[in-house]
Design a protein around this ligand. Structure first.
Ligand code: HEM
Length: 217
């Protein structure tokens, strides 16, 4: 009950902000969200974006560790599943902070529509649009965890493959949108995340092929 009330309240606020953004774009209002001078919100958004990416990458890595069983000797599988679910919530929450902080930033001047509608923002439109689509994909994958029983294992697993597109989307979005993508720290972050996911995906494919061959033999 409390959860439903909270969700209803959040949706109500979101609707109000959407109407406010539409009115501001039509010149009928000046916008409800105050913007702050300085770089505090800009820095907050970027820090949240990078940590969201790290959480999402670890999330995908733990998912692949669960499906390949590659780390079963080091981490019990049940613990990996728990971590996998938790990291999905962490990545989504940080993505929310990453996007929300942009609303009060005076440099980019995003409104709620820029954050909700892919490819609408005038700031790095393609790269930011990719980020918005990625956020929706991550939300779908996260919600599907809760609906696993209702969906059935087969449909749930198919939906779960969307995680690969979500990871790729986040990687491209970070590289293309980030102002510091060329720095050594960010290069190392993107390369190690991409390398780990690629390696574990290859292992997953090899194991799946072997299992299929054994089954036909
Ligand atoms: C509503 C969805 C999103 C919006 C509106 C958005 C917006 C932005 C913007 C405007 C930037 C450019 C910052 C700069 O110039 O440095 C950026 C960078 C970035 N975003 Fe997003 N993003 C979204 C979703 C995501 C998601 C889902 C992730 C990963 C899980 C993510 C991770 C990043 C990263 C890693 C950077 C680079 C930060 C840097 O190098 O400073 N974003 N995003």
């Amino acid at each position: 009950m409390a959860r439903r009330l909270l969700l209803g309240g959040l949706l109500g606020v979101l609707l109000l902000l959407v109407l406010d953004a539409l009115a501001a774009r039509l010149g009928l209002a000046s916008g409800l969200i105050p913007t702050l001078p300085g770089t505090a919100l800009w820095t907050t958004s970027r820090a949240a974006g990078v940590t969201a990416f790290v959480a999402l990458s670890l999330d995908v890595v733990f998912g692949l560790l669960v499906s390949t069983g590659a780390a079963d000797r080091l981490v019990p599988r049940a613990r990996s599943v728990e971590l996998h679910r938790w990291l999905s919530s962490v990545a989504l929450t940080l993505t929310g902070v990453h996007a929300a902080a942009l609303l009060g930033d005076r440099f980019v001047r995003f409104d709620v529509l820029d954050v909700l509608v892919p490819f609408l923002s005038s700031y790095r439109a393609l790269a930011v649009g990719l980020g918005v689509l990625t956020a929706y994909g991550a939300l779908v994958v996260h919600v599907s965890f809760q609906l696993r029983k209702r969906l059935g294992t087969r449909a749930w697993r198919r939906l779960h493959y969307l995680s690969f597109a979500v990871f790729l989307g986040a990687l491209l979005h970070g590289v293309l949108a980030g102002s510091d993508s060329a720095s050594l720290g960010m290069r190392l972050t993107y390369a190690s995340a991409g390398g780990a996911v690629l390696l574990l995906t290859a292992l997953r494919l090899v194991r799946a092929l072997r299992a299929r061959r054994r089954a036909t033999a």
